[in-house]
Design a protein around this ligand. Structure first.
Ligand code: FAD
Length: 420
């Protein structure tokens, strides 16, 4: 490793931010033999599972394939729970979900589950286990860097004085990306005036690997199946699910202040009885809900990925999956250029990345926005139209299939099959 006065470390790509997107990009590039450095301002959390944290990601099929290829998936410390069915329905707290519902069954759409529920901490553990195994990957955390870029290349001066030279710098620092600001890239934002409550609960009856997406007057409420709680031993109830609950800010504050029994009652008023008794577990997390989109994803020797480039309403659980699509696109472009001995930070490569990714992310931000507007409306006729619309989509096979494949991150055409 270089010291302050020694020669800089030379890599092809320097990634700033080792969150789920930046760290997966590092693993994916290093698995393609691209020399990389990854820098995070925070210490990477310890490798041992210290308890149940309550947050979980819905990982779409395309994201699972990326994690598998990057050597991360098989290092997950707990078995991810496959999502084999999704019921979408309109509802109101304290009432049964509408019978005019939309039922997706994974095997009708592809030969795989819709996706997997992976605990956030488990993904971190797997990434932390994978990164040190990769030759040619240098991890600096906790560490900050000052970045200078010009047409010839980029230099990162670390807080301890060491230097890194790279052909390409990646901004993966999340929504507040300093590199995006430094490049003068504008961001379009929309504040939903809502809060996302996120956490988990134990329950009495099995979920059968099924998720429930309910459209309630204040916003969508999702129950997502988790693997059984055996390894955590945090509840006497045997099964577990995660929830992502969109609520108006004032109501969310009241919900967060409830004790476990009161919070469990509110969960049950929304979910109904199908899971039996309910007990909240782990921490309750909350996030203000905003959508944002960077006007450009690239600048001289810079590319933005993940939440640094885009953020969306969690209604479809797609935020991280869209970030993983950035990783897939960029690691392919950079991997090919590196293997051919070409410059991995060239304007052509960056243009190709932006062309591939920005329109896709915009489509998803737009789709989640429209869903939020359509489904967050409690006006009677709109509610009826919505219920009829949900039932109609359920009956129109190709449309239903297209919705489901889009959510899985798969091409909408029928031809895709898992590569042998
Ligand atoms: C309520 C809610 C529910 C969600 N549920 C889902 C879901 O079910 N499925 C899904 O796909 N997505 C979901 N998302 C979205 C998902 O959480 C994000 O898309 C994802 O965390 C983005 O990852 P990232 O690596 O881009 O950014 P972050 O997770 O924000 O990571 C950024 C990293 O950069 C580091 N950093 C920051 N500044 C600097 C700096 N100056 N120098 C060095 N390092 C720096 C940070 O320490 C951090 O490690 C949800 C989001 C919300 C709000």
């Amino acid at each position: 490793m270089t010291s302050e006065n020694s020669a800089p470390l030379d890599v092809a790509v320097a990634i700033v931010g080792a969150g789920p997107v930046g760290a997966t990009l590092a693993a994916s590039l290093a698995a393609r033999d691209v020399p990389c450095a990854v820098i995070d301002a925070q210490p990477l959390p310890p490798m041992a599972l210290q308890g149940f944290d309550g947050r979980a990601y819905a990982i779409a099929l395309a994201s699972q394939r990326l994690l598998e290829q990057a050597g991360v998936w098989n290092r997950l410390p707990c078995t991810p729970c496959p999502i084999e069915g999704i019921k979408v329905a309109d509802g109101r707290p304290g009432e049964r979900p509408s019978d005019l519902d939309l039922d997706f069954v994974a095997e009708e759409v592809a030969e795989e589950p819709f996706g997997w529920m992976v605990e956030a901490r488990a993904l971190r553990v797997a990434l932390n286990a994978r990164l040190p195994e990769l030759p040619g990957l240098h991890v600096f955390a906790p560490m900050t860097a000052e970045v200078t870029r010009d047409a010839e290349g980029a230099e990162l001066r670390l807080a301890d004085g060491r230097r890194i030279r790279a052909q390409l710098v990646i901004g993966a620092e999340g929504r507040g990306s300093p590199l995006r600001g430094q490049a003068g890239i504008n961001v379009l934002r929309h504040d939903y005036g809502q809060v996302g409550l996120v956490g988990a609960f134990a329950h009495e009856r099995p979920h059968g690997n099924r998720a429930l997406e309910l459209f309630l007057p204040a916003g969508p409420f999702a129950q997502l199946p988790l693997s059984d709680l055996r390894e955590f031993g945090v509840s006497s109830l045997p099964h577990a699910s995660a929830f992502v609950w969109t609520e108006r800010t004032a109501t969310a504050k009241r919900m967060l202040a409830l004790d476990d029994a009161g919070f469990g009652r509110e969960l049950r008023r929304r979910i109904g009885d199908w899971l039996g008794a309910i007990e909240p577990i782990g921490r309750r997390w909350h996030y203000p809900l905003t959508a944002m989109h960077a006007e450009r994803y690239v600048d001289t020797r810079l590319a933005l990925v993940g939440d640094a480039a885009h953020g969306m309403h969690p209604i479809a659980g797609q935020g991280l999956n869209i970030g993983f699509r950035d990783v897939t696109a960029l690691s392919k472009l950079v991997g090919q250029a590196h293997a051919a001995g070409r410059d991995v930070g060239s304007p052509d490569l960056l243009r190709a990345y932006q062309a591939e990714r920005r329109s896709d992310a915009m489509l998803m931000i737009g789709a989640t926005h429209v869903l939020e507007k359509l489904f967050g409306n409690d006006f009677g006729p709109v509610r009826l139209a919505r219920r009829l619309g949900i039932a109609a989509v359920d009956r129109i096979g190709p449309l239903k299939r297209a919705f489901a494949r889009q959510a899985m991150g798969l091409p909408i055409g029928p031809a895709l099959r898992r590569a042998p």
